[in-house]
Design a protein around this ligand. Structure first.
Ligand code: 5GP
Length: 130
């Protein structure tokens, strides 16, 4: 079971953003920016391009809804989207609030927030999620 499956199952806590029957979304614990969010399929597949077409298409549409919610809450120019997947072998999309190209670099120092700050941003994004 991947660490993300454990999060989805509620065995490991997360700052949840949104969920439907196929996907779970939560704040990245080592964020590049305030509001850095992950979208994960409940189906445990390692490589995103091994997902079936239907799940992959729906994952993009779910990510769009999450991105629109983040945009409403976080001061940024837009939401950057990327897939890396070298650390956790369970497909996931990164949604990152950005104002410049360099904000997308995974070489950047990760931001640190208290659990109260994480919860505050998560609840605002949750409220903005339609
Ligand atoms: P990647 O697999 O795309 O290279 O990186 C995995 C991402 O998942 C990283 O940005 C990392 O901070 C995040 N991550 C890893 N473990 C956890 C976890 O237990 N909880 C949360 N919320 N994020 C995690």
């Amino acid at each position: 079971m991947s660490i993300f499956s454990k999060i989805i199952a509620g065995e490991i806590p997360s700052y949840k953003i949104a969920e439907d029957e196929n996907f779970y979304s939560f704040l990245d614990i080592n964020p590049l920016a305030k509001g850095h969010t992950l979208v994960v399929p409940k189906k445990e597949v390692d490589y995103i391009f091994d997902l079936d077409d239907d799940t992959l298409s729906k994952m993009m549409l779910f990510s769009k809804k999450v991105a629109k919610a983040i945009e409403k809450v976080v001061d940024c120019k837009r939401i950057g989207i990327t897939v890396i997947g070298l650390e956790v072998p369970h497909a996931h999309i990164h949604l990152i609030p950005i104002t410049s190209e360099s904000d997308m670099s995974f070489k950047n120092t990760r931001k640190q927030f208290s659990s109260q700050e994480f919860e505050e941003i998560a609840s605002k994004i949750r409220e903005a999620f339609e």
